[in-house]
Write a protein that binds this ligand. Structure first.
Ligand code: SF4
Ligand code: SF4
Length: 382
């Protein structure tokens, strides 16, 4: 595989002019927009929206990053669209909450259809040879990926590779969680989405990152960095190095290399722009243990439930809203009301739980986090 290039540019504010200059500099370092897109092409920007909240919450790609990339694409003569398919559809509401819909309207950027999709085959897939991909992606000439640097309990990092999962429309995403209970099968599917809908380039918003209980309820951490690459694997690996996370811990890294999507090893990545060391954040709060394969059988499930991390509800924060119950994709539900009593926090049945963390992502109170049982913590010390 060819070597990959990742550019890092310092930007300490979301001031639109400062971000614009930083984005222009970063894109020039990876070849410039004129080499990445052609005039007249239909290009779709794919921000990370997840669950639309105001930009200061740090859940979604910041509007200033969206604005800068959109403007530079327009200057290059591309016809620019945008879209995402949050698991909590419809996308329209979340785009508005995240401040992107209004901004896009001001800029003359239309929303592409990410609510519905069409089946496509993927002959070179690692695992999934038939996908339904959003119409907005299939009808485009190219995709520009705008991830946010955040932690994620399932993949460990939600960066460029994970962001492409939003190319799968709406609730179809939860079916993949159910079908692919093993975290490495899920990661292979994410890589397959990327090789099918390979982004032209990626711009990662790491000005304000999210640590701890990401991707929705973690703490904000200022890293003051924007990252640029045509290789989503190399981009994620470089983000990992900034936050002192071994890229091999991220489930998509090795699989991304195997599929030819990109490079995660530092010896195959050329860095440009500001120095990597200048952004190091050694105490960034992230899960640093490798994912466990999903094991089958009663004994293995018994051991797994007592040693491997799992979602836990902080009852003091829970408002009994029921969002976690609604979002749990397995049947019967792995998190549900106790004896149908909706005036108390729901409870987990870990034997049924596939550790997809849809419940954790959906919780509006940040009451659910991934925690390792006492026995697992003891083992990991040995
Ligand atoms: S309880 Fe949570 S982590 Fe477990 S299967 Fe349901 S949504 Fe996924
Ligand atoms: S989503 Fe969060 S607040 Fe709502 S019931 Fe579940 S744990 Fe409680």
């Amino acid at each position: 595989m060819n070597r990959s290039k990742v550019a890092l540019v310092r930007c300490e504010t979301y001031d639109p002019n400062a971000v614009h200059e930083a984005v222009r500099k970063g894109l020039d370092l990876i070849g410039g927009t004129s080499s990445l897109v052609k005039a007249g092409e239909r290009i779709v920007m794919k921000p990370n929206v997840l669950y639309g909240t105001s930009p200061d919450k740090g859940v979604s790609t910041h509007p200033s990053v969206f604005r800068a990339v959109g403007k530079l694409l327009q200057e290059s003569g591309a016809r620019v669209f945008f879209g995402d398919s949050p698991s909590f559809a419809p996308a329209d509401i979340h785009m508005r909450r995240a401040g992107l819909k209004q901004l896009a309207a001001e800029m003359g950027i239309e929303m592409a259809d990410f609510d519905r999709g069409r089946p496509v085959s993927h002959k070179d897939a690692l695992l999934i040879r038939s996908f339904v991909i959003a119409n907005g992606v299939l009808d485009s000439d190219g995709l520009v990926n705008l991830p946010k640097l955040k932690t994620h309990p399932l993949v460990r990092l939600t960066g460029a590779v994970k962001n492409q999962f939003g190319c799968v429309p709406g609730l179809l995403k939860s079916q993949y969680h159910v079908k692919l209970a093993d975290p490495y099968d899920f990661a292979a599917m994410l890589v397959d989405v990327n090789t099918l809908a390979r982004p032209r380039f990626c711009v990662m918003d790491g000005i304000m990152a999210m640590e701890g209980n990401g991707p929705r309820s973690g703490k904000l951490r200022k890293l003051n960095v924007l990252l640029f690459s045509t290789d989503p694997v190399a981009l994620d690996a470089t983000a990992c190095r900034i936050i002192n996370l071994d890229p091999e811990i991220v489930t998509t890294s090795k699989l991304g290399e195997k599929a030819g999507l990109g490079n995660y090893r530092s010896e195959n990545i050329d860095l440009a722009g500001d120095s990597l060391e200048s952004f190091f954040c050694h105490d960034f709060d992230a899960i640093r243990t490798p994912q466990e394969h999903c094991t089958q059988g009663r004994v293995k499930t018994f051991v797994k439930n007592r040693t491997c991390e799992r979602p836990v509800i902080d009852v003091a924060k829970c408002t009994n809203c029921g969002s976690c119950v609604e979002m749990c994709p397995v049947e019967p539900k792995a998190v549900d009301w106790r004896k149908a009593a909706k005036d108390r926090p729901p409870a987990y049945n870990y034997d049924r739980c596939i550790r997809c963390y849809c419940c954790q992502e959906s919780c509006p109170e940040g009451a659910i986090s991934a925690q390792t049982p006492v026995l697992g913590r003891l083992f990991s010390r040995n």
